[in-house]
Design a protein around this ligand. Structure first.
Ligand SMILES: NC(=O)c1ccc[n+]([C@@H]2O[C@H](COP(=O)([O-])OP(=O)(O)OC[C@H]3O[C@@H](n4cnc5c(N)ncnc54)[C@H](OP(=O)(O)O)[C@@H]3O)[C@@H](O)[C@H]2O)c1
Length: 317
């Protein structure tokens, strides 16, 4: 029997699987096989984005899985994200319709603003669109039934507060960089207080980030960072529980009440990253894991420097 993920309930009653498959840097060929392996292993949530340039391949994989009766559309939970040039005024609904076409879907389960900072079409210039205006567009696509839930990614607490203050559709989910060495307690507490679910990205410390190449061939530089998969406390707990370091890091986030979306294009790791439901990490173990007290943001998103809605401006000072 295949395992099934627990669910996290969003404030509008929608149930989101707590474990999904990440797909950043998965090429169209890789992602087809990865999505099929994942769904066959029991995953129901797939996380993509317009910027990952793999929505079309994911759409094909989903269609084949549905046609083969492996899964129904209703059982799946598909998340995609609007890139910065798609949140500029008037751009969001056409962008979502474009993503839906590629995904061969009538609706997505969760639509996120990938970043809070709007840019122009060719991404050469900042567009001064306050997050309140961005959120108005999300309210529109939610009310039009094109997304079962809406949320944000890489927004800071103050920006989310301004979206909430519009009094429109509440923010259902916040997807942020969150891992053992960047635990984001303040953000999680803020979201809990406002009934917003949190998804952790980079839960394994995103070891593959250093291979990222932009469409123009440029390879961004990344600050050096220690590997969380080699953390002595992670290794000790893994040994004790007969689990892998990756499973300990994933379960650490789950036991903090968060959703996780580990990425892999390898079937053995896709299965490994879903074998999480026969053990837990206690609050005491969480405290022990966090003893290293490292807090380092890996995804600095420098392209937003100078933008009026740069979410990390305070951290850059
Ligand atoms: N909203 C945002 O701005 C944002 C930013 C980044 C990521 N995300 C989302 O979050 C997802 C996860 O983040 P991420 O991809 O950056 O990092 P991650 O899930 O922390 O790590 C993925 C990396 O770890 C490797 N890996 C996977 N399972 C492993 C295992 N069991 N043992 C050892 N290594 C393993 C993968 O390699 P292989 O593929 O070779 O196995 C890949 O290089 C993304 O794919 C994307 O969907 C969102």
């Amino acid at each position: 029997m295949t395992a099934s993920s627990p669910f996290i309930t969003l404030s509008n009653g929608v149930k989101m699987p707590a474990v999904g498959l990440g797909t950043w840097q998965s090429s169209p060929e890789e992602v087809m096989a990865a999505v099929k392996a994942a769904v066959k292993a029991g995953y129901r949530l797939i996380d993509t984005a317009a910027l990952y340039f793999n929505e079309e391949a994911i759409g094909t994989a989903i269609k084949e899985l549905i046609d083969e009766k492996v899964v129904t559309r209703e059982e799946l939970f598909i998340t995609t994200k609007a890139w910065s040039n798609e949140i500029a005024p008037g751009k969001l609904e056409p962008a979502l319709r474009n993503s839906l076409k590629k995904l061969q879907l009538e609706y997505v389960d969760l639509y996120l603003a990938h970043m809070p900072a709007a840019v122009n079409e060719d991404m050469s210039k900042a567009v001064n669109s306050p997050v309140e205006d961005v959120w108005r567009q999300f309210d529109g696509v939610y009310k039009a039934g094109l997304a079962k839930a809406v949320g944000v990614s890489n927004w800071n607490n103050e920006q989310i507060g301004r979206a909430l203050a519009t009094g429109l559709t509440p923010v259902h989910n916040s997807q942020v960089e969150l891992h053992l060495y960047f635990p984001q307690h303040e953000h999680v507490d803020f979201c809990k207080a406002h009934n917003i679910t949190v998804t952790s990205f980079g839960t394994l410390g995103s070891p593959g980030r250093v291979n990222f190449t932009l469409p123009n061939g440029h390879k961004p530089e990344w600050a050096p960072a220690p590997s969380e998969l080699k953390d002595p406390n992670v290794l000790a707990i893994a040994e004790e529980k007969k689990k892998t370091p990756a499973q300990v890091l994933l379960r650490y986030a789950m036991d903090r009440g968060l959703a996780i979306i580990p990425k892999s294009v390898h079937e053995n790791r896709i299965k490994e990253n879903f074998e999480l439901f026969d053990f837990t990490i206690s609050q005491e173990e969480i405290a022990k894991l966090e003893k290293s007290k490292i807090s380092q943001r890996l995804f600095l998103q420098d392209f937003m420097i100078g933008h009026p809605e740069d979410p990390f401006a305070d951290e850059r000072k």
